[in-house]
Write a protein that binds this ligand. Structure first.
Ligand SMILES: Cc1cc2nc3c(=O)[nH]c(=O)nc-3n(C[C@H](O)[C@H](O)[C@H](O)COP(=O)(O)OP(=O)(O)OC[C@H]3O[C@@H](n4cnc5c(N)ncnc54)[C@H](O)[C@@H]3O)c2cc1C
Ligand SMILES: NC(=O)c1ccc[n+]([C@@H]2O[C@H](COP(=O)([O-])OP(=O)(O)OC[C@H]3O[C@@H](n4cnc5c(N)ncnc54)[C@H](O)[C@@H]3O)[C@@H](O)[C@H]2O)c1
Length: 531
């Protein structure tokens, strides 16, 4: 949809909204086992255990799941004046707050500081050596979570007029959800139940009790030898973070490169950076078996290789939380992976029920979950037809260097648009800000369609996550590099990458033989006039 409204689509926090409560002493990261039993919660929130479900007045919207998608949906719907209930079985805040974006970015920040401290000898200061203090690192992670959590809390939602219902939700029919003995009748419902880590079927893997992104935060000490299985976004971020903190890390990826879904050069560049930092990168083949602290995989030549580890962390993808939801009773369909089937407006097979977030499998990121949720609410409650342009949604892997992408890679674009697709590459040796920071391992690449419009882009380097934003504008608005180049950028910034790449394209176009005919004639004419 053109002209999106930022307030409705803001995902985590509305601009300018004050934080309501500051947690001064960091809370422990609660585990599911620490949570109150559902029965107690159900009683506290008005459920009755009489055998018969207690039926409430119909809600305009019942939201199932209190993660990035569900929270945004509830806030937007309450803001419209709707009668909203949000059901959460565990902790409000979902994956992003407790086990995803927030702890992983806090961990990467701690690791970056440790990494910098190890490198200060070149400025005449004593360099830090040895492993970081894991307990101190987790204090930082918990503090970050603790400062964001109040915004996502029941108190904050209830202040907005959302009724928060604690317990496991299950559809009992096409128009109602049952929660711990209570029946919530709805005009519309939103499924925002998210996803969880999936474990590949590998002999011995489950017996090895692998860590996942749900549990790695509960480690009580820094692993000595950590094997990370899966070189996607989670695997790369966590491998680099643990390596910098002092673990000996092996990163095993089934495909031939890291971040296989992203630009090939980006994955290669990240692999060489991780290797330089001491991470053993094995992009050779899938994990085949695990036994007694040893993992087996087959290398590119077909030979069986082994890696020894103390801790095993599996980051090999995620699966949707759709089992046990009573989808059949609700008339909602899923695909073979369990993802909710929904149309472009996020309506499921039951038009009263929408879906948003990871459970849809479409770009599983927090910012997408929030926008989908807001769109679904506007569609359900107001009959509007917002439509997210997924081709213009940027995403970022927060390693050092950051890897940011919007739209298709050159390979993907060529498959759709044919041989007329071109790229314009700017190596970051050409970018003075990168030179001043000794961070020239990176590049900005524009992917241009046969008509010369910006279809996609990759940025690898510091602050790539910030630099990609203007390229997302360019993709969404179908800009040419000339259009992008017309805005003057401050010097020297990391935003220079997109600008210099666009300027390079403009200058090359000016120097092309066809343009030279025109510029040459104009020059000769002006020489004649101004003799
Ligand atoms: C390590 C890691 C790092 C990440 N980093 C980033 C990042 O930097 N940027 C980014 O954009 N994305 C990141 N992500 C992805 C991001 O966390 C997810 O895309 C996002 O949290 C999905 O939100 P959601 O609302 O769809 O699901 P969730 O946050 O998973 O919320 C779903 C909620 O539904 C509840 N629920 C499930 N079933 C029921 C039921 N039957 N009844 C009641 N409640 C139920 C769950 O308890 C949960 O709270 C990261 C993910 C991981 C794993
Ligand atoms: N910065 C971010 O925005 C960020 C960070 C982390 C995670 N996430 C989100 O969380 C989701 C999950 O991330 P993820 O990294 O777990 O999943 P992913 O699907 O992105 O990557 C999983 C990787 O594991 C590999 N793999 C699968 N089975 C394997 C095996 N048996 N042996 C070796 N390798 C194997 C796959 O080839 C793939 O590269 C992603 O979809 C992503 O959107 C986002």
């Amino acid at each position: 949809m053109e002209g999106r409204r930022p307030l409705l689509h803001g995902d985590r926090r509305r601009p300018g909204q004050p934080r309501r409560r500051l947690v001064l002493s960091p809370p422990a990261v609660p585990r599911p086992a620490d949570q109150e039993p559902c029965g107690l919660l159900a009683r506290r929130h008005g459920g009755r255990h009489t055998g018969e479900a207690a039926v409430s007045r119909a809600y305009d919207l019942v939201v199932i799941g209190g993660g990035s998608a569900g929270l945004t949906a509830a806030r937007v719907a309450a803001g419209l004046g709707a009668r909203v209930a949000l059901v959460e079985r565990a902790r409000l805040g979902g994956d992003c707050l407790w086990t995803g974006c927030v702890p992983s970015k806090a961990l990467l920040h701690a690791a970056a500081e440790v990494h910098a401290a190890r490198r200060v000898a070149r400025y005449g200061l004593p360099a830090a050596t040895g492993p970081a203090d894991w307990q101190a690192v987790t204090v930082h992670l918990r503090a970050a979570i603790g400062r964001i959590e109040p915004h996502d809390s029941s108190v904050a939602l209830e202040r907005l007029g959302v009724e928060v219902v604690h317990g496991v939700a299950r559809f009992g029919g096409p128009r109602h959800v049952d929660v711990e003995g209570r029946r919530l009748v709805f005009r519309h419902a939103l499924i925002a139940t998210g996803s969880r880590p999936s474990l590949p079927t590998v002999p011995g893997l489950r017996d090895a009790a692998p860590l996942t992104t749900d549990t790695v935060w509960d480690l009580d000490r820094l692993p000595d030898r950590l094997l990370v299985v899966g070189g996607g976004a989670s695997g790369c971020e966590l491998a680099q973070a643990f390596g910098r903190l002092g673990s000996h890390v092996t990163l095993l990826e089934a495909e031939r490169r890291l971040l296989p879904a992203m630009d090939a050069a980006a994955g290669g560049l990240l692999a060489s950076r991780l290797t330089t930092e001491g991470v053993e990168v094995r992009t050779e083949g899938p994990l085949r078996a695990v036994r007694l602290g040893t993992a087996e995989f087959t290398d590119t030549e077909g030979a069986v290789r082994t890696v020894e580890f103390d801790h095993l962390l599996v980051t090999a993808g995620r699966m949707p939380n759709t089992d046990g939801l009573g989808l059949e009773q609700a008339g909602v369909l899923t695909d073979e992976r369990g993802l909710i089937r929904a149309d472009a407006r996020l309506r499921t097979a039951n038009p009263r029920i929408h879906a948003a977030g990871d459970v849809t499998g479409r770009m599983p990121y927090t910012h997408v979950a929030g926008v989908q949720a807001a769109d679904a609410v506007l569609g359900a409650l107001l009959g509007l037809r917002p439509r997210l342009d997924y081709g213009a949604v940027p995403y970022v892997v927060f390693t050092d260097p950051e890897v940011a992408q919007v739209g298709p890679t050159a390979e993907q674009a060529a498959r759709v648009h044919g041989p007329g697709v071109r790229t314009r590459l700017l190596a970051h040796e050409e970018m003075d800000r990168a030179v001043t920071e000794d961070a020239t391992d990176g590049f900005t690449q524009l992917v241009l369609d046969p008509r010369g419009r910006i279809l996609g882009a990759t940025v690898v380097g510091p602050r790539a996550g910030e630099a990609i934003v203007e390229l997302a504008h360019a993709v969404r608005l179908r800009w040419t590099p000339r259009r992008l180049a017309a805005t003057v950028h401050p010097y020297p910034t990391h935003a220079d990458g997109p600008w210099l790449a666009a300027l390079e394209e403009v200058h090359r176009a000016l120097a092309a033989p066809r343009s030279r005919v025109f510029t040459g004639s104009l020059l000769r004419l002006r020489r004649g006039v101004l003799r």
